[in-house]
Write a protein that binds this ligand. Structure first.
Ligand code: NDP
Length: 400
């Protein structure tokens, strides 16, 4: 079928690379390009003998548009899958435009110095992608990603209008450390230490970090405390779901994680303001990242399951209906399959699927689009095939 270029070779990328190699009928060639080429080479050496996909590697600084454009023009992929950090989204989009190649990512742009993520920077590229006839698919991870696909699927098959969406992200995995983050610590801590917010009746309602708590009995996991957070898919779903009145996002956190986080915040370790240390400027959060366990090292230690899904309330033929669709993923099964824990797995698999649908041309829509703007059916079928089967309930426990 064709060639993909994956940018980045961290936790999520390594899962996506494994999955592309399993799916070698679609991904006949793969170029892995990242800042540290040795990581890309290690992945190639690990996988090349196990797959028909032809793997090449390259060193690139994705902040350098000219260098990245040259690399894309030289490699000629049919799709670029951005699995670097949110800070690189705009430069990679620029390079895709310059080289005329479709773009897929899993997280929206965030300026490195403001800890504020929103879609406006990437949506500003809509016209340029449209005029160039190139598809940009935003947010093809799990959340955002599968949560948007679930929403589009619910709307297509079960509702005339969706009024309420609760997105519930439960990670019941235990890695045995008192404190560690399951993906890039800098991104993770910036996300959870920010104010929460939800969308209600046409506007944002802001909350203090961790102010709203609920307890939910997750299928296959059990009861967990969960907290309302701001999350990026709320912004696009608020625009793309007809009849929407409220969207909330909840994530589970254990008591130990929250106590450590509070302490780190109180002593200033989660700040992104640079400070002077021994004659050098350092960012406390970046220093903290350097002393925390590498998320990639959590794989062999993590036991338990994740359960991520969406509860919808809306109307069909004038009647109120509820629908819950979710995926349960087991950390150790993921580790056995691809050598990563479930948080990276649940992001890397949808990243591969999004790249596949764009590469095949199944999803082709010039412009910059969020995932719920595409036909959900091929994505839902691919989730079942590629390791993230979903389950549904028409009578779920609701969140008050
Ligand atoms: P990691 O930190 O593990 O990996 C990031 C990779 O990007 C590293 O290989 C890094 O290179 C590379 N990179 C960073 N800067 C550059 C640059 N300037 N040029 C080239 N490569 C660069 O992060 P994760 O794998 O945990 O996360 C990847 C993405 O997935 C993030 O954007 C994250 O927000 C997103 N994500 C999305 C989720 C979802 O459900 N939608 C859930 C979890 C994550 P090096 O190895 O040299 O440091």
């Amino acid at each position: 079928m064709g060639k993909a270029m994956i940018i980045g070779c961290g936790g999520v990328a390594q899962v996506a690379i494994h999955k592309c190699c399993q799916n070698s009928e679609v991904f006949t060639e793969l170029c892995i390009a990242s800042r540290t080429k040795s990581k890309c080479d290690a992945m190639r050496d690990k996988l090349q003998n196990t797959t028909a996909t032809k793997i090449t590697t390259a060193q690139v600084d994705a902040n350098d548009v000219a260098a990245l454009t040259r690399l894309i023009e030289q490699e000629k992929p049919g799709v670029v899958l951005n699995l670097a950090l949110p800070y690189q989204d705009l430069t990679i989009m620029e390079a895709c435009l310059a080289a005329g190649v479709p773009y897929v990512d899993t997280a929206n742009y965030e300026p490195e110095d403001t800890a504020k993520f929103e879609y406006k920077w990437q949506w500003a590229y809509r016209e340029r992608f449209e005029q160039a006839g190139i598809t940009a698919l935003l947010g093809s991870g799990f959340d955002p990603g599968v949560t948007g696909v679930f929403s589009a699927y619910a709307l297509k098959h079960y509702f005339d209008e969706i009024n309420y969406i609760d997105i519930l992200d439960c990670n019941a995995g235990d890695h045995g450390y008192p404190f560690a983050t399951n993906f890039n610590p800098e991104i993770n801590i910036r996300e959870v230490s920010a104010n929460g917010s939800y969308w209600e009746n046409g506007h944002w309602v802001e909350t203090k970090p961790m102010e709203i708590k609920r307890v939910y009995n997750f299928p296959e996991v059990g009861e967990r405390d969960m907290y309302l957070l701001h999350h990026e898919e709320l912004e696009s779903l608020a625009l793309n779901m007809p009849g929407i009145k409220r969207i909330r996002f909840f994530m589970t956190f254990g008591e130990s994680y929250l106590t450590h986080l509070r302490c780190l915040q109180n002593v200033g370790m989660t700040s992104i303001e640079p400070i002077e240390f021994e004659g050098k400027q350092i960012v406390p959060l970046q220093f903290l990242k350097a002393v925390l366990p590498d998320p990639a090292s959590l794989g062999p230690r993590t036991k338990g399951k994740t359960n991520i899904g969406c509860i919808f309330t809306g109307k069909k033929n004038g009647e109120t209906k509820h629908y819950y669709v979710y995926n349960v993923c087991d950390h150790q099964e993921c580790y056995r399959e691809v050598g990563s824990q479930a948080v990276a797995y649940t992001t890397g698999v949808p990243a591969m699927i999004g790249a596949m649908l764009v590469l095949e041309g199944t999803w082709q829509k010039p412009g910059v689009h969020n995932i719920e703007e595409f036909d959900p059916d091929p994505f839902m079928a691919a989730l079942n095939r590629w390791g993230l089967p979903w389950q549904e309930s028409f009578d779920p426990e609701l969140v008050d």
